[in-house]
Each structure stands twice: as structure tokens, then as C-alpha cells.
Write a protein that binds this ligand. Sequence first.
Ligand code: SF4
Length: 222
Amino acid sequence: MITEVQNYFIHQSEIYGKDFYLDLKKSSSVVTEPPPTTQTIEQFNSEIKDCHKCELSKSRTQLVFGSGASDAKLMCVGQAPDSDSDKQGRPFSGATWELLSKILLAIKFPIDDIYFANVIKCHPPENRDPQEIEITECLPFLNTQIELIKPVVILALGRTAAQSLLGVRESVVSLREKENYYRDIPVFVTHHPGDLLKNSELKRATWEDVQKLRKVFDELAN
Ligand code: SF4
């Protein structure tokens, strides 16, 4: 029987050949370096667009890779494409996208300067939460996206994004009170805009979180 770790190595070898290594010093989770080539985010997209590594390949219309500026200093990470995103091929869509855009514009981030992605690249049926095995299979793709984009700051939207990036099991409520890092990159944890649409009482906390992000971003990026 293949263990999760063996499965991980098989997966990585299929993508990168033998040219990947582990950095266990800076993270509790297993993280890969991007391939040592001039690979671009677009090349990486075409490399994985036919991925069938988990069951979600059967329920998707298309793999939703990510969108936005390939040199973005801010990267926003959500959970998975919903049914509209699945059809449109964009990581966020509809009312969720409208609210997220408004929040980011309110802290003066031009939308075109940001990169957006999800932990999971294929739409889970009925918009259900992704399963552990699906996260394990798909997370290396997000790791590589981050390595290629090289953001200064990451905004993790919701539990799946926060826990997957940070390699922890804590709640959003707990993580948003802490200083978090993905490798050396500050990660600000807040509620997913989809959750704000269901519970407007979360908006106040989200507003506080993004204002903190803006402050740190200005210190680091300027
Ligand atoms: S969810 Fe990720 S691992 Fe699963 S098929 Fe889609 S791209 Fe591949």
C-alpha cells in the first residue's frame, strides 16, 4: 500500500523529474522548490491543466489554475472553485468575487495587481469541502505557484487556505490573531468572502485583518 509520503514523491517526480528537493528547515509541511528552469506561471499552468490525480478531475468542467498578475506582490488564496468559477475558469466569481474585490479596493489594492488562486484547482461536487487526500494531492501546485509569483504578502481566505498554507489545524478565529508565515512570507488569515455573505457579523473582523495586512504590506513592499 502506498503511503501519503510515497504518493507525494511519486507525484512530484511526475511533475518535476528528479530535480526537486525538500526544505524541512523553514516549514513543518513538505514544500518543494520550483523547477530550476525559466519556467513561468503560464508554462506551469499548461503543464498541469490535464491533471487527473484525484477524483475531482471527474466533477470539474475545467481545472481552475489561478488569475492575475504574474509579478503580484499580494496573493489571495481561497479554498476551491465553486460551480460558477468552474464554468468561468476563474478562482473567484459571482457575489464572492464582487465582495472580495470591494474589500481589496477599499484597502487600495488595484485588482489587476493581485494574483488569485485556490488550494484546490477543481470544483468539488455540490460545493462540498475538499477532502484531506484532495488537499494533499493538489497543494504542491499552490506551493509552486507561490514560488513562481513570489508575493510579498499572502492573504489566506478561510479555513482550508489557512490550514493548508500553514500546515496547522487551528481555526480561522485563532489564526487571525497570530503572526503567520509561509516560509518567510507573512500570511494574513481572514474569513472567506463566501462566509461573509452567509454571516455579515464576520465583516468587522475581516476589515480589521485586511487593514493590518495593508500596513505590513506598505512596510515590506515600499
Ligand atoms: S483537484 Fe488538484 S490534484 Fe485533483 S485533479 Fe484537480 S488539479 Fe489534480
